[in-house]
Design a protein around this ligand. Sequence first.
Ligand SMILES: [Fe+2]
Length: 208
Amino acid sequence: MQPKFKKNYYRNLLTWKELVALINIRPLMTDDRVKIAQVKHHEWTNGVWTLDPNCYPPLLLKEIIQNNICHLRDMSRCSRKVNDLAKRLEEEYNGSVDAHIYICRNPSLRHPFEMHFDSYDNVIIQCEGRTNFKVWDVDKTTSREKGMNVHLTKRKDPPIMDVDMRPGDAIWIPKYYPHLATSKNARMSISFPVEENAPRQPREWIEL
Ligand SMILES: [Fe+2]
Protein backbone atom coordinates (compact mmCIF):
# COMPACT_ATOMS: atom_id res chain seq x y z
CA MET A 1 0.00 0.00 0.00
CA GLN A 2 1.17 3.51 -0.81
CA PRO A 3 -0.05 6.64 1.00
CA LYS A 4 -2.70 8.44 -1.03
CA PHE A 5 -5.82 10.56 -0.78
CA LYS A 6 -8.88 10.50 -3.04
CA LYS A 7 -11.78 12.92 -3.02
CA ASN A 8 -15.28 11.47 -3.41
CA TYR A 9 -14.10 7.84 -3.28
CA TYR A 10 -17.26 6.49 -1.60
CA ARG A 11 -20.31 8.67 -0.88
CA ASN A 12 -22.91 7.73 1.77
CA LEU A 13 -21.08 4.71 3.15
CA LEU A 14 -22.77 5.22 6.54
CA THR A 15 -24.97 8.13 7.68
CA TRP A 16 -25.66 9.44 11.18
CA LYS A 17 -29.18 8.04 10.80
CA GLU A 18 -27.83 4.55 10.01
CA LEU A 19 -25.40 4.77 12.92
CA VAL A 20 -28.23 5.72 15.28
CA ALA A 21 -30.14 2.58 14.21
CA LEU A 22 -27.05 0.46 14.97
CA ILE A 23 -26.30 1.93 18.39
CA ASN A 24 -29.89 1.34 19.48
CA ILE A 25 -29.50 -2.43 18.95
CA ARG A 26 -28.66 -3.10 22.58
CA PRO A 27 -27.11 -6.61 22.13
CA LEU A 28 -24.62 -5.13 19.63
CA MET A 29 -23.28 -2.51 22.06
CA THR A 30 -21.04 -4.77 24.12
CA ASP A 31 -18.23 -3.32 26.20
CA ASP A 32 -15.81 -5.18 23.87
CA ARG A 33 -17.16 -3.54 20.75
CA VAL A 34 -17.49 0.03 22.07
CA LYS A 35 -13.89 1.17 22.56
CA ILE A 36 -13.18 4.22 24.70
CA ALA A 37 -9.66 5.54 25.38
CA GLN A 38 -10.17 6.04 29.12
CA VAL A 39 -12.08 3.02 30.30
CA LYS A 40 -14.05 3.81 33.42
CA HIS A 41 -15.82 1.33 35.62
CA HIS A 42 -19.52 1.31 34.91
CA GLU A 43 -22.24 -0.70 36.53
CA TRP A 44 -25.83 -1.11 35.53
CA THR A 45 -28.86 -3.29 36.16
CA ASN A 46 -30.03 -5.52 33.33
CA GLY A 47 -33.64 -6.30 32.50
CA VAL A 48 -34.87 -9.76 33.26
CA TRP A 49 -35.17 -10.74 29.57
CA THR A 50 -31.82 -9.44 28.34
CA LEU A 51 -29.39 -12.19 27.34
CA ASP A 52 -26.09 -10.30 27.15
CA PRO A 53 -25.19 -8.64 30.45
CA ASN A 54 -22.15 -6.77 29.07
CA CYS A 55 -24.08 -4.36 26.80
CA TYR A 56 -24.17 -0.65 27.61
CA PRO A 57 -27.65 0.66 28.45
CA PRO A 58 -28.81 3.50 26.16
CA LEU A 59 -28.39 6.59 28.34
CA LEU A 60 -24.89 5.53 29.45
CA LEU A 61 -23.92 4.78 25.84
CA LYS A 62 -25.20 8.20 24.76
CA GLU A 63 -23.15 9.89 27.49
CA ILE A 64 -20.04 7.93 26.41
CA ILE A 65 -20.48 8.82 22.73
CA GLN A 66 -21.08 12.50 23.46
CA ASN A 67 -18.06 12.93 25.74
CA ASN A 68 -15.40 10.68 24.18
CA ILE A 69 -13.83 9.97 20.84
CA CYS A 70 -14.76 6.32 20.62
CA HIS A 71 -14.88 3.62 18.02
CA LEU A 72 -16.94 0.51 17.38
CA ARG A 73 -14.96 -2.59 16.37
CA ASP A 74 -16.02 -5.68 14.44
CA MET A 75 -18.53 -3.67 12.40
CA SER A 76 -17.60 -4.93 8.91
CA ARG A 77 -21.03 -6.55 8.53
CA CYS A 78 -22.97 -3.55 9.90
CA SER A 79 -24.43 -2.90 6.42
CA ARG A 80 -24.22 -4.45 2.99
CA LYS A 81 -22.20 -1.49 1.69
CA VAL A 82 -19.61 -1.76 4.47
CA ASN A 83 -19.41 -5.56 4.08
CA ASP A 84 -18.96 -5.31 0.32
CA LEU A 85 -16.25 -2.67 0.65
CA ALA A 86 -14.46 -4.83 3.25
CA LYS A 87 -14.63 -7.74 0.77
CA ARG A 88 -13.20 -5.59 -2.02
CA LEU A 89 -10.31 -4.45 0.18
CA GLU A 90 -9.65 -8.03 1.35
CA GLU A 91 -9.27 -9.15 -2.26
CA GLU A 92 -7.16 -6.14 -3.23
CA TYR A 93 -4.75 -6.36 -0.27
CA ASN A 94 -4.89 -10.12 0.38
CA GLY A 95 -5.80 -9.89 4.05
CA SER A 96 -8.57 -9.87 6.60
CA VAL A 97 -10.31 -6.52 6.93
CA ASP A 98 -12.33 -5.12 9.84
CA ALA A 99 -14.39 -1.93 9.97
CA HIS A 100 -13.88 0.42 12.91
CA ILE A 101 -16.47 3.18 13.12
CA TYR A 102 -14.87 6.29 14.67
CA ILE A 103 -17.29 8.74 16.24
CA CYS A 104 -16.57 12.24 17.54
CA ARG A 105 -19.54 14.38 18.54
CA ASN A 106 -17.46 17.13 20.14
CA PRO A 107 -14.45 18.50 18.18
CA SER A 108 -12.91 20.06 21.32
CA LEU A 109 -11.99 16.54 22.53
CA ARG A 110 -8.36 15.60 21.89
CA HIS A 111 -7.86 12.44 19.86
CA PRO A 112 -6.77 9.77 22.36
CA PHE A 113 -4.22 8.28 19.93
CA GLU A 114 -2.42 11.61 19.17
CA MET A 115 0.35 11.01 16.61
CA HIS A 116 0.94 7.29 16.22
CA PHE A 117 1.54 4.52 13.73
CA ASP A 118 -0.18 1.17 13.39
CA SER A 119 1.24 -2.22 12.48
CA TYR A 120 -1.35 -2.74 9.74
CA ASP A 121 -2.33 -0.90 6.56
CA ASN A 122 -5.46 1.22 6.85
CA VAL A 123 -8.02 2.67 4.45
CA ILE A 124 -10.20 5.37 6.03
CA ILE A 125 -13.44 6.68 4.54
CA GLN A 126 -14.98 9.89 5.84
CA CYS A 127 -18.72 9.35 6.34
CA GLU A 128 -19.96 12.51 8.07
CA GLY A 129 -18.39 15.83 9.12
CA ARG A 130 -14.75 16.81 8.56
CA THR A 131 -11.47 15.39 9.86
CA ASN A 132 -7.99 16.72 9.23
CA PHE A 133 -5.46 13.95 8.62
CA LYS A 134 -1.73 14.51 8.70
CA VAL A 135 0.54 11.66 7.59
CA TRP A 136 4.31 11.56 7.98
CA ASP A 137 6.82 9.51 6.02
CA VAL A 138 7.41 5.95 7.24
CA ASP A 139 8.95 5.70 10.73
CA LYS A 140 12.25 3.81 10.67
CA THR A 141 13.53 4.55 14.17
CA THR A 142 10.86 3.36 16.61
CA SER A 143 10.81 -0.29 17.66
CA ARG A 144 8.02 -2.10 15.89
CA GLU A 145 7.69 -4.72 18.61
CA LYS A 146 5.69 -2.36 20.81
CA GLY A 147 2.31 -3.39 19.47
CA MET A 148 -0.45 -2.27 17.21
CA ASN A 149 -0.66 1.36 18.13
CA VAL A 150 2.64 3.14 18.79
CA HIS A 151 2.48 6.71 20.10
CA LEU A 152 5.04 9.22 18.83
CA THR A 153 5.85 12.77 19.75
CA LYS A 154 9.21 13.60 18.25
CA ARG A 155 8.59 14.00 14.50
CA LYS A 156 9.53 17.56 13.56
CA ASP A 157 9.60 17.14 9.76
CA PRO A 158 6.53 18.35 7.82
CA PRO A 159 3.84 15.79 6.99
CA ILE A 160 3.79 14.23 3.51
CA MET A 161 -0.01 14.59 3.49
CA ASP A 162 -2.16 17.21 5.20
CA VAL A 163 -5.78 16.88 4.08
CA ASP A 164 -9.22 17.92 5.28
CA MET A 165 -11.44 14.94 4.67
CA ARG A 166 -15.08 15.56 3.77
CA PRO A 167 -17.86 12.98 3.37
CA GLY A 168 -16.91 10.47 0.68
CA ASP A 169 -13.16 11.21 0.78
CA ALA A 170 -10.69 8.39 1.46
CA ILE A 171 -7.11 8.16 2.68
CA TRP A 172 -4.70 5.22 2.49
CA ILE A 173 -2.27 5.01 5.42
CA PRO A 174 0.31 2.19 5.16
CA LYS A 175 1.60 0.50 8.28
CA TYR A 176 4.38 2.31 10.17
CA TYR A 177 3.39 5.69 8.64
CA PRO A 178 2.74 8.08 11.57
CA HIS A 179 -0.57 9.91 11.39
CA LEU A 180 -2.70 12.32 13.38
CA ALA A 181 -6.48 12.77 13.05
CA THR A 182 -8.13 15.99 14.21
CA SER A 183 -11.91 16.32 14.14
CA LYS A 184 -13.01 19.69 12.72
CA ASN A 185 -16.65 19.23 13.70
CA ALA A 186 -18.96 16.36 14.69
CA ARG A 187 -17.69 13.55 12.50
CA MET A 188 -17.85 9.87 11.73
CA SER A 189 -15.40 7.86 9.67
CA ILE A 190 -14.79 4.18 9.06
CA SER A 191 -11.30 2.80 9.27
CA PHE A 192 -10.63 -0.50 7.45
CA PRO A 193 -7.48 -2.12 8.94
CA VAL A 194 -5.91 -4.88 6.85
CA GLU A 195 -4.34 -7.88 8.61
CA GLU A 196 -2.29 -9.49 5.84
CA ASN A 197 -2.61 -13.23 5.17
CA ALA A 198 -5.01 -13.66 8.12
CA PRO A 199 -8.19 -15.78 8.13
CA ARG A 200 -11.21 -13.91 6.78
CA GLN A 201 -14.84 -14.10 7.75
CA PRO A 202 -17.43 -15.08 5.10
CA ARG A 203 -18.68 -12.07 3.11
CA GLU A 204 -21.89 -13.58 1.71
CA TRP A 205 -24.86 -11.32 2.35
CA ILE A 206 -28.17 -12.92 3.30
CA GLU A 207 -31.11 -11.95 1.10
CA LEU A 208 -34.56 -13.44 1.77
FE1 LIG B 1 -4.16 4.84 13.41
